[in-house]
Design a protein around this ligand. Structure first.
Ligand SMILES: [Ca+2]
Ligand SMILES: [Ca+2]
Length: 238
């Protein structure tokens, strides 16, 4: 009983230290061109979330990542901007393990009343997509392929050339709503989905996983749907 109480108190303390983040997803005011550079006017209204570094045991550089989201009648849009002095991505085929490269990710749960199933998109610096349906935060069904996803990256530096100094890279992705329809229809203003956004960075043995919402895990591990942040869809584009 005492142990249980201690665990509960510890859990409450940790939660108090790391509240679930909340992000307002605004409507896109204009067309977004998926070219890897989030410089369209519409992006200016989207606030930036900055990733945190939950694990001091990792030895990779702590390089900054910000992400922004927007929505319209057709898609959910995500833009990532990554500082990166050495951009490395080797995988080239759909559903390759892009998380082993310099990669950014989004895990999306369109129906937060359940946490048994969510969608994963893991995208490397050469815009290769590994997408899957995740069950029980454990089984990634990678043969599930999303329809109509568009993604592109823009690289400031030299891909896979070690030894010189790169600046960074950015990625834009558009995800059609139809992919989520078994769990949720296209959102309306006020709807809340949950998600986490992540980045794998660096080359073994010096890797680093940074995330939007800290999953509160002792070891680097991103698949904790109960700790996903809240995405609140709003009409306001200001
Ligand atoms: Ca663009
Ligand atoms: Ca797939």
């Amino acid at each position: 009983m005492r142990i249980l109480l201690s665990v509960l108190i510890l859990g409450a303390l940790l939660s108090a230290e790391a509240p679930i983040p909340r992000y307002e997803v605004k409507r896109a005011t204009g067309r977004i061109v998926i070219d890897g550079t989030p410089d369209e006017k519409a992006w200016e209204s989207a606030s930036r979330m900055e990733f945190v570094f939950p694990w001091d045991t990792q030895t990779g550089a702590r390089q900054k990542t910000t992400a922004r989201l927007l929505w319209d009648d057709d898609n959910l849009y995500v833009a990532y901007e990554c500082d990166d002095t050495d951009i490395v991505a080797l995988h080239t085929e759909r559903d390759d393990p892009t998380y082993l490269d310099d990669a950014v990710e989004i895990f999306i749960n369109p129906k937060p009343s359940q946490t048994g199933v969510y969608f994963g998109l893991e995208m490397n610096a050469r815009a290769v997509l590994y997408d899957y349906l995740m069950a029980d935060a454990r089984y990634a069904f990678k043969r599930f392929n999303m329809q109509g996803v568009k993604l592109a990256t823009s690289i400031r530096g030299t891909l896979n050339m070690r030894g010189d100094e790169d600046k960074g890279w950015s990625l834009e992705v558009a995800i059609p709503w139809v992919n989520f329809e078994e769990l949720a229809k296209r959102p309306v203003p006020g709807d809340v989905w949950t998600a986490n956004l992540n980045r794998w960075d660096g080359v073994e043995p010096h890797r680093r996983l940074s995330m939007w919402s800290d999953p509160l895990q002792p070891q680097p591990h991103p698949h904790v749907p109960a700790r996903f942040g809240q995405l609140v869809f709003v009409q306001d584009s200001k």
